[in-house]
Design a protein around this ligand. Sequence first.
Ligand code: MN
Length: 329
Amino acid sequence: MSAYEQAPVEAHRATVTRRQKATGGRQVEVLSAREVPLGGPRAMVVRRTLPQRERSLIGAWCFADHYGPEIVAVNGGMDVAPHPHIGLQTASWLFDGEIEHRDSLGTHAMVRPGELNLMTAGRGISHSEVSTPDTTILRGVQLWIALPDEHRDVAPAFRHHAPATVALDGAEARVFLGTLAGDTSPVPTYSPLLGAELVLEPGAHTTLAVDPSFEHGVLVDEGAVRVEGTAVPGGQLGYLAPGGETITLANDAGSPARLLLLGGTPFGEEIVMWWNFIGRSHEDIVTAREEWKAGAGRFGTVVGHPGERLPAPELPNSRLKSRGNRSPR
Ligand code: MN
């Protein structure tokens, strides 16, 4: 997916609610989503919870778009023309529908529910994403992972993984990155990370052991979910600072709830993030933009996508600044 947002993140005043349940759960910050039109020929709108003014990253997770249920017959679904990335990985995770992915490595893959598609941009890649003609309802998330400085120029790569379903008391989990509930994803990461889908049964109250050095985010897809006693509405992200050894999730509804549990050690590096690029300086971004405009070999060519590639937007007049990240506490 491409970050089309016209207004810079700095202009968005995030609503952050800090609540602590009287019954003694850990403090949870509820990060509200903002609606961002993806642009292009179709009219899809996503709910973006990362980055935002109050919090740029959770571990190395630095971008979270949640979308759907999108009625494709009404809004046309997803059609994102070839566009570049540097310095990050994109993780695509669907709940409904199917997306056709093509990239400049020659990868042609279908993104399907319950299957991780992880694209490493490293020093440079380009890709397109289009929902397939048979898709009637599209629902999922697009996540980005910032690469640590020592790995941000790695060779581009593409990885697919369909995790097994792990049965828990009142829930089931699919661990696509890292370790949870006794399952470990075989997909390596460049920093300590967790990414898992959890489905909670009606009335479930599930406690998961987690790495206390990780900060965590609970992105709710659907259901009446409470995280450590704090309600996190659908499309929003509950943030938990490092230090806890467990996370308790509850579903108050009479139907299943679904969420993603994201985590990682606090990233600790300042990043400069603009459009689809992550660098460490204004110059990194200017160079990447110029090279995309010039059709440089760094980004290769996406074969098989009908139509033009995306033009880079204009840079702001001011220098791009690194994005701070408020301390976990
Ligand atoms: Mn993309």
